[in-house]
Design a binder for this molecule. Structure first.
Ligand SMILES: [Zn+2]
Length: 280
């Protein structure tokens, strides 16, 4: 995965929070009976320090679960009903009952995915019904493991600290940063593999169109762009017992995505999140 830079036509930063703040405190010389002063001094320092990027073994890392969540929700949000039936549920939440007004919580998300959010769907309940939708079958749900597994995506670059309005500071992956990780799958039909690639924003080759990822991705009111990334497929490998995929990686991706679009004809929206967000 690459954080978009000038050569992609949009320069972006990426923040995936660790939930931790880095604090560097100089020795604070305050007497013990000045507890109020001490607390106020420390809290000022904390407010000034940055929200850290997620790290594993000290390298900036996007947890596999976040990559999975990003791809899964793009697939869920791309599906619309055909002949009155929708092929997949929403794992996390049902759509809002009404369109949020501009500025209300989730309004940008709603505007971008408006077309598929029109339809109410209930989440699959494998524990009770032992039957799940296509997307739960691929990505798993409570009690069911799924067929696709995501490694952590690890970066090897220098992060940067940037300043946001209201004194907020965050540690970010600068434009052009790359994260590398493996996605493993088992027993997927070719069109399901194509659907996975479609969920990464891939269409005509091994490099995806720009898609949104991570914290602040919808914040188009900040002095920087956030969370505009591209997925890049290094290679697709099948088990040795299967016939090899023909052609270059570009051709393989194109064919598999085409297969998904054909199999789910009339059911998949092709939403350009980055373009729509630019216009909001
Ligand atoms: Zn489901």
């Amino acid at each position: 995965m690459k954080v978009c830079s000038k050569e992609d036509g949009i320069e972006s930063y990426l923040h995936v929070g660790s939930g931790l703040f880095t604090i560097t405190l100089d020795k604070i010389k305050v007497k013990c009976d000045d507890l109020t002063k001490l607390i106020s001094k420390i809290s000022k320092e904390i407010a000034r320090d940055a929200s850290s990027f997620m790290r594993i073994k000290n390298l900036p890392t996007i947890p596999g679960s976040s990559v999975k969540g990003n791809i899964r929700s793009r697939i869920e949000l791309s599906f619309i009903p055909k002949d009155g039936k929708i092929r997949c549920c929403f794992i996390r939440s049902s759509p809002p009952r009404r369109e949020p007004k501009k500025g209300e919580h989730g309004w940008r998300h709603y505007r971008i995915w408006k077309e598929s959010l029109q339809f109410d769907r209930k989440s699959c309940d494998y524990m009770r019904e032992e039957k799940v939708c296509l997307v739960c079958n691929l990505f798993g749900t409570t009690g069911l493991q799924g067929l696709i597994f995501f490694d952590d995506f690890v970066g090897d670059f220098e992060t940067k600290i940037i300043h946001l309005p209201h004194g907020e500071k965050i540690e970010v992956a600068p434009p052009g940063s790359r994260f590398i990780g493996e996605v493993t799958f088992a027993n997927l039909k070719p069109e399901e593999l194509g659907l996975l690639l479609f969920g990464m924003g891939l269409r005509n080759g091994r490099i995806s169109k720009p898609v949104l990822f991570g914290k602040y991705k919808y914040r188009n009111d900040l002095p920087y762009n956030f969370g505009v990334v591209r997925y890049e497929i290094e290679k697709i490998e099948l088990s040795k017992s299967l016939p090899e995929l023909e052609g270059s990686t570009d051709e393989q991706v194109r064919r598999l995505v085409e297969l998904a679009l054909k199999s789910f004809d009339g059911e998949l929206l092709d939403v350009d999140e980055v373009k729509i967000l630019e216009r909001l």
